[in-house]
Design a protein around this ligand. Structure first.
Ligand code: SAH
Length: 247
């Protein structure tokens, strides 16, 4: 008789349940920003993808039990894995269809890249912190996300050899929109990017400048259309030379 590994079966069922709770929390929060988004439901394909990607494999062991809570978590090097709701909104607004070519700036843990790959995209992801870039590339390969291509580098320059992109997601807040990223958008492409506002401080994060999430679309004729989504709190987009040595 074949013996079942009941312990890991039970764990898998628990994870499944936690993922379902996470999706419910995302849907609830999407309803709260419905006015900003202009709709009260996110793309069901995005929710289905997030119901499959094992977020607990993208966080440090110590944070595993919190992996499916709807909040950001520390991943080392003073960086975070984004809140699931933010990953959902950015993936939704990027309108990723199977076969799309997508650039991500800020690989971090690799979780957002995995969600994009699950949506059927060919993903190019850039990370400026060498240790995070190496760990994420290794993790994504180990989990079988072979449609994600990782590279260490400054995301503000984009990935010219792989351009143009149907969608670009920036997961760190920039002081302005990097021109290279707009350039590397395909006609009809979408750039989803948090930018720091020139004045003011965010109420919830008084130590961070206020930020807003922008959706920038390049029309078929090359004209640029910008829409403000809602206030957000991301870690800053940094230049490699701004990083302290040895970190
Ligand atoms: N998408 C990530 C979230 C990472 S947080 C995830 O799903 O886990 C943002 C990441 O952007 C951090 O890892 C940070 O190191 C990285 N980052 C900051 N400035 C960058 C830059 N100029 N180029 C590339 N990555 C950058």
């Amino acid at each position: 008789m074949v013996e079942h590994d009941t312990d890991s079966d039970r764990k898998a069922a628990e994870r499944q349940e936690e993922r379902r709770d996470m999706l419910r929390a995302i849907e609830k929060e999407a309803g709260e920003v419905a006015d900003w988004l202009g709709k009260d439901r996110l793309d069901p394909r995005v929710l289905a993808a997030m119901g499959r990607v094992p977020r607990h494999r993208f966080v440090p062991l110590l944070e595993e039990s919190a992996a499916y809570e709807n909040r950001p978590l520390p991943i080392g090097a003073r960086q975070t894995i984004s809140q699931p709701f933010i990953v959902a909104v950015m993936s939704d607004q990027a309108e990723v269809t199977p076969g799309a070519k997508v650039l991500e700036v800020g690989t971090g843990s690799g979780y957002q890249a995995a969600v994009l790959a699950d949506l059927g995209a060919e993903v190019y992801s850039l990370e400026v912190v060498p240790s995070l870039a190496a760990e994420a590339a290794e993790r994504l390969a180990r989990l079988g996300y072979d449609r994600v291509h990782c590279r260490e580098g400054d995301g503000a320059d984009g990935w010219p050899e792989a351009a143009p992109f149907d969608a670009i997601l920036v997961t760190a807040a920039a002081r302005g929109v990097p021109p290279a990223l707009v350039e590397q958008l395909a006609p009809g492409g979408r750039l989803i990017i948090p930018v720091e506002e020139k004045t003011g401080r965010g109420p919830a994060h008084w130590f961070l400048p206020a930020q807003t999430l922008l959706r920038i679309e390049k029309a078929a004729d090359g004209s640029i259309h910008e829409r403000t989504l809602f206030p957000v709190a991301f870690v800053p987009l940094t230049k490699p030379r701004e990083r302290p040595q040895g970190r």
